[in-house]
Ligand binder design. Sequence first.
Ligand SMILES: Cc1ncc(COP(=O)(O)O)c(C=O)c1O
Length: 458
Amino acid sequence: MSGGIRLSGWLTADSDFGELRLRRAQSSRRAEVGRYGRIRSVAWNRDNRRETGVTKEQRLVSTISGREYPFERIEEFAENGESLEVRVCGIETAKVRAGVHLWERFADWMPFDRTDAAISLGEGDTPLIPAGGRLQAVTGIKNLLLKNETQNPTWSFKDRGSLMCVLLARELGEDTVATISTGNMGHSIAAYAANAGLRAVVFVPPYTPQEKLMAMAMHGARVIRVAAPDYTQMKNTVLELAGRLKLRIVSGNGPIRVEGYKLIAFEMFEQMGRQVPDFIAIPTSACGHIRGIFKGYRELQKAGLIDRLPRMIVVQARNCSPVVTAIKQGFDHVVPFTDFDTVAEAITSGNPPGGDEILDKARRCDWPAEDVSEEEILQGQRDLARAGFFVEPSAATSLPAVRRLVDAGRLSPDATVVLMLTGAGLKDLDALKHQPCCGVIDTDVESVEADVAKLLNR
Ligand SMILES: Cc1ncc(COP(=O)(O)O)c(C=O)c1O
């Protein structure tokens, strides 16, 4: 499918960063903004007369109190800190359509009328496969499935979200996409921005792995490494300067990014022959991924395509577990973590904005939550690697978390459980210094035969 999303033209958005007036030069389309943020995008001919009208009605809704905002607000969070989500109207009558791309088949659920295939890097279509005996034994779950998001173009689940962010930036006529990232989102935004001809600016903490930094730089992103006592402080500093410099920052939990993650639910719905798993275990940090997948299933249910929802399993590293700790304690607000250290560097949002939504959903939908120790994460990474899946430490957290929940009697061995493998192992080779295994035998031409004979007991 080609052609831009039909949101182009003139938009005015109120922003924490002051009024952001966005005008797309030379546009042949104008957005007309109606009540409740309805965006009517209209094609105009040379005589400035309306040719066709296309509308898609949608709003931004705060995820706990349900307050409505116009869609063209284009913000990441409500002023009370709640995360915002897109409510696309008419989903009750949405239909799966014919199409090559997932976003074509599920176009009725997407916020934009069209997705530009030229912006895509071929994200998605990732395997959903049975985990096999070894990992079944590790977890105690018979129907264990792996959704291998490491097979995306930048080797993490971030790409479907970046597709949506870059689409929006381009349609708003922006020349820069900026983000704050521990690595994976920066890498993904850098790649998608490069393909779309936009500039990427990525703010990273000092502990971002070299592999991710180099990938961003290779895609041409401007990478700004900011020393700070912790990631939250670094984020706050960057958000403040972004406000002054009128730079729109896309976060890991923004409403448009979440619309991209919804596609994972649609893809699994197709892959499982319209069945729904009982549980989906998700390493969680900014909370965008978990809520995107759940939103996808909720919207399938709204359209009458499924009659029950999967339960999410919220997983975090124990050393940085603001969401899991709060769920376990029954709190309404996340418990901020500062001054921590974990090998799972990709899931280190110590005080995730909008994280309270996950506590609310966990309470209402009875989601299990589990945190895992550093030793368990490293063991999980080894277990997955020995089963053929080389993931980064953050992505390995869900394996031991599921084992813990089975041992605690919170998960039945008969449940169908999907583990989201969120990022590839080659993205953080430095983490392997914590692994005792090596497997490399150094030898030379004189000794190699003896060494191999010894290895094979011959
Ligand atoms: C490998 C990996 N797993 C999980 C997550 C957590 O996803 P989210 O921040 O959307 O909660 C991240 C976030 O960057 C990640 O990079």
